[in-house]
Design a binder for this molecule. Structure first.
Ligand code: ADP
Ligand code: MG
Length: 258
C-alpha cells in the first residue's frame, strides 16, 4: 500500500477507473432499453472486482463504459485522472491503449498470427516497438502463463485455455492500470476456467494491475476482493470477499426477484 500525502484522499489517488451516475440507453421511444440506470463504481489499484448479475442486467455495458469502449448516455466515466467525456476519438483511443487491457469471452486472437505476434499486436497498432525492458517483461509474463514453448504456434493449434492465456498476456503486456474482462472463462470448462482465472488474478496482483471481471461462476467470484451485483441496470449490492456458497445463494435470490 502506498502512503498518500495527508492532503490528498487516498481513494482518489488509488482509483484507476470510475463511473459516476452513468446511465446507458439503447434505442429510442417505446423501444428504449435502459441498460444502465445510474451506476457508481470505482476500481482501485491492484484490486480484483467481480461483476455479477442475471443475463441482461447491464454487465457488459458497464464493462464497455469502464474501459472507454463506449460512451454513456449520461454521467461520467473516468480513466485515472481523465474524464473521457471531453475527449475526441483519437485522444480516447490513445488513453485506452495506454491504460486499459481487455479480455473477452471469445478470446479475439488473430488466427493468422502466432502467439508472440498476437501478444505484440497492441504495440504494433500503437506504432511503438516494445523496448528491451518491455520485451523482457513480456517474456517473463509468457513464462508465468505457461506459454514459453508455444510462441510460434497459431491460435488454432492451442487449447481454449491456452488461447485465453494468450489473450491475458496480450492484455497485460503493456502493463495497463486496468484490465477489463467480460466473462473470460465463459468458453472454458470449469476447471480450465479456474486455472486461467487464478493466473489472471496472480499476474495482475503481481504487477499491481486492477481487474474488473464479469463472471457467472461463484467459485471464480470467490477470488475477488469485492463483488458488485447488478440487476436491471442498477447496483443492488456490493460486498467484500465472499465464499462461493454465499455468492451462489445470493445469485439465486437475485434471479428469483425477476
Ligand atoms: P449483460 O452483459 O448483463 O447480459 P448487457 O449489458 O449486454 O447485459 O445488456 C443490457 C441490456 O441492454 C439488455 O437488455 C440488452 O439487450 C441491451 N443491449 C445491450 N447492447 C445493446 C445494443 N447495442 N443495442 C440495443 N440493446 C442493447
Ligand atoms: Mg454480457
Amino acid at each position: 500500500m502506498t502512503t498518500a500525502p495527508p492532503s490528498v484522499p487516498r481513494t482518489a489517488l488509488d482509483t484507476v477507473a470510475r463511473v459516476h451516475r452513468v446511465a446507458k440507453h439503447y434505442g429510442a421511444g417505446d423501444a428504449t432499453v435502459h441498460a444502465l440506470r445510474g451506476v457508481d463504481l470505482a476500481v482501485r489499484r491492484g484490486e480484483l472486482v467481480a461483476i455479477m448479475g442475471p443475463s441482461g442486467s447491464g454487465k457488459s455495458t458497464l464493462m464497455h463504459l469502464l474501459a472507454g469502449l463506449d460512451s454513456p448516455t449520461s454521467g461520467e466515466v473516468w480513466l485515472g485522472d481523465r474524464e473521457i467525456g471531453g475527449l475526441d476519438d483519437t485522444a480516447l483511443t490513445l488513453l485506452r491503449r495506454e491504460r486499459v487491457g481487455f479480455v473477452f469471452q471469445a478470446f479475439n486472437l488473430v488466427p493468422t498470427l502466432d502467439v508472440m505476434a498476437n501478444v505484440l499486436l497492441p504495440f504494433e497498432l500503437g506504432g511503438a516497438r516494445p523496448t528491451r525492458e518491455e520485451r523482457a517483461f513480456i517474456g517473463r509474463l509468457l513464462g508465468e502463463l505457461g506459454l514459453a514453448d508455444r510462441l510460434a504456434h497459431r491460435p488454432r493449434e492451442l487449447s481454449g485455455g491456452q488461447q485465453q492465456r494468450v489473450a491475458i498476456a496480450r492484455a497485460l503486456a503493456s502493463r495497463p492500470q486496468l484490465v477489463v474482462a467480460d466473462e473470460p472463462t465463459g468458453n472454458l470448462d470449469s476447471r480450465t476456467g479456474r486455472e486461467v482465472l487464478a493466473i489472471l488474478a496472480a499476474a495482475a496482483a503481481g504487477h499491481g494491475q486492477a481487474i474488473a471481471m464479469v463472471t457467472h461462476d461463484p467459485i471464480a467470484a470467490a477470488y475477488a476482493d469485492r463483488i458488485v451485483f447488478l440487476a436491471d441496470g442498477r447496483v443492488v449490492a456490493e460486498e467484500g470477499r465472499m465464499d462461493a456458497e454465499r455468492i451462489a445463494r445470493f445469485m439465486l435470490t437475485l434471479e428469483g426477484d425477476r
